[in-house]
Design a protein around this ligand. Structure first.
Ligand SMILES: [Cu+2]
Length: 466
């Protein structure tokens, strides 16, 4: 077929089999750009084999085009603006307008063609983590392909051979590009009922990632190795991470991938779960045991499953306590037990902004309104129905409701606890224990009932000041 015949045939929509590659290049699928950090509703497959789609927390699934039986996607690697949480927007690199990029969802056996356009200032490549594919499609710059130069588009094509939980990320200047937020999720649904893959009612996914963004600045420090100050799920920090909203009795799957530089023990309250799969595939039944925390090591993926049979607002978070805080100086000295009375006033004569942090612990930080520089998040924040939640970073809530309709992922609001089921204050007499005067108690005094007020801190709700 000469060029003229080729153009003629495509104009009439009759592409010869031999012409598919060139025809596809001649007419790329339109890249779908996302501008919002909201959780998109699951994308019911408009073509191809049916499946129960995943919900990407604060993300979305890439639409595709069917081209003669091939699912075609178009990823655009580019600088993006990502809202990390209300009040903080970061300048990252990502795909199709956001970081992470869109989730790719396909079915086992699908032939997939991915166009990757590079709009970054440097070269890139895409590695399809965990996939069985021809070596030349593995996306390792220099090893299995030349890097994609800025301005160029490369095509990856392979059959999604095994069902499971995968991710994609660059394998070119990897340290910089992952520190800048380039990554995305990939789910391959089973083609037929699979003995080790349950049918679930809700299927959530997100990537663990981390940034080092100095207060007041917009761009992550890409050379940071371990000392990150923003611990995020899909480039969102609490209170910016959406809740997982489910119906009581649902079988729930949560798929988690870790592209940070450290491990994250992911913990869910109120339920036990099993690890039903990894990026290596579904786990054998005899290998599953109950857990309430599972560690997701660097470069690993875990899919966990449970029946959501306890109503309520259940915390779900990384169990490393520094990872449920936002940017702060983790090297501030411990002040617990040091009595600053008499000292603050003197220091304030020289430095009027001076304030004491952590004299009785750090809980006050969750409540006080402190002037923060632009582009930074309070380190312990979030308002719940009972007050300050005192969390940040890798924290959200699993909301289990009897009245949540099937297929409804909207936030039902705070749980209304049945009367008599909330921890309450004991108002009867409590004898002062003899040990209250001992050395331990005296060394770390409780707040006095009438403290010397040297620093007034405004607290939301106005319940007291110190
Ligand atoms: Cu963590």
């Amino acid at each position: 077929m000469n060029r003229r015949q080729f153009i003629g045939s495509t104009a009439f929509g009759a592409v010869a089999a031999a012409g598919i590659g060139k025809a596809a290049l001649a007419a790329l699928p339109e890249p779908v750009i996302q501008t919002s950090a909201d959780t998109a509703p699951p994308l019911m497959p408009p073509s191809g084999r049916p499946y129960n789609p995943v919900v990407t927390l604060n993300g979305w699934t890439a639409p595709w085009r069917m081209n003669q039986g091939v699912k075609e996607f178009h990823l655009v690697a580019e600088p993006v603006e990502r809202e990390i949480a209300p009040g903080m927007v970061a300048r990252l690199w990502g795909y199709n307008g956001q970081s992470p990029g869109p989730t790719i969802e396909v079915v086992e056996g699908d032939r997939v063609r991915l166009f990757v356009t590079n709009r970054l200032p440097e070269h890139t490549s895409v590695h399809w983590h965990g996939q069985r594919l021809p070596n030349g499609m593995d996306g390792v710059g220099g090893l299995t392909q030349p890097q994609i130069p800025p301005g160029k588009t490369f095509v990856y094509e392979f059959v999604a051979r095994r069902p499971g939980t995968f991710m994609y990320h660059p394998h070119a200047d990897e340290m910089t590009q992952m520190a800048m937020g380039m990554m995305g999720f990939w789910v391959t649904h089973p083609r037929n009922p699979h003995p080790l893959i349950e049918r679930v009612d809700r299927d959530f996914c997100f990537l663990l990632n981390a940034y080092d963004i100095d207060p007041g600045s917009l761009v992550p420090k890409v050379n940071t190795m371990l000392d990150f100050n923003l611990w995020t799920w899909n480039s969102r920090a609490f209170p910016g991470i959406d809740s997982l909203n489910v119906r009581k009795g649902d079988r729930v799957r949560v798929r988690i991938g870790n592209l940070t530089m450290t491990n994250h023990p992911i913990h869910i309250h109120g339920h036990e779960f099993e690890v039903s799969g990894t990026d290596g595939g579904p786990t054998r039944r005899e290998s599953r045991w109950p857990e309430v925390t599972t560690d997701v090591a660097v470069g690993q993926m875990r899919q966990i499953e449970f029946i959501a049979d306890e109503e309520g607002d259940w915390a779900m978070h990384c169990h490393k306590s520094h990872h449920t805080m936002n940017a702060m100086g983790h090297d501030v000295p411990t002040m617990i037990g040091i009595d600053h009375r008499g000292l603050v006033g003197k220091i304030q004569q020289v430095e009027p902004e001076y304030m004491v942090m952590g004299e009785r612990g750090m809980a006050d930080m969750g409540e006080m309104e402190m002037p923060l520089p632009d582009q930074t998040l309070p380190m312990m924040t979030g308002q719940g129905p009972f007050g300050a939640i005192e969390m940040g970073g890798m924290f959200t809530v699993l909301k289990v409701r009897r009245e949540q309709r099937p297929g409804d992922y909207s936030d039902p609001g705070w749980f209304k606890h049945p009367p008599g089921t909330v921890a309450y204050e004991w108002t009867g007499a409590v004898d002062e224990p003899a040990r209250s005067g001992d050395a331990g108690a005296a060394a770390m005094p409780r707040a006095r009932s009438a403290p010397t007020v040297e620093l007034a801190v405004r607290k939301p709700g106005g319940h007291g000041s110190h």
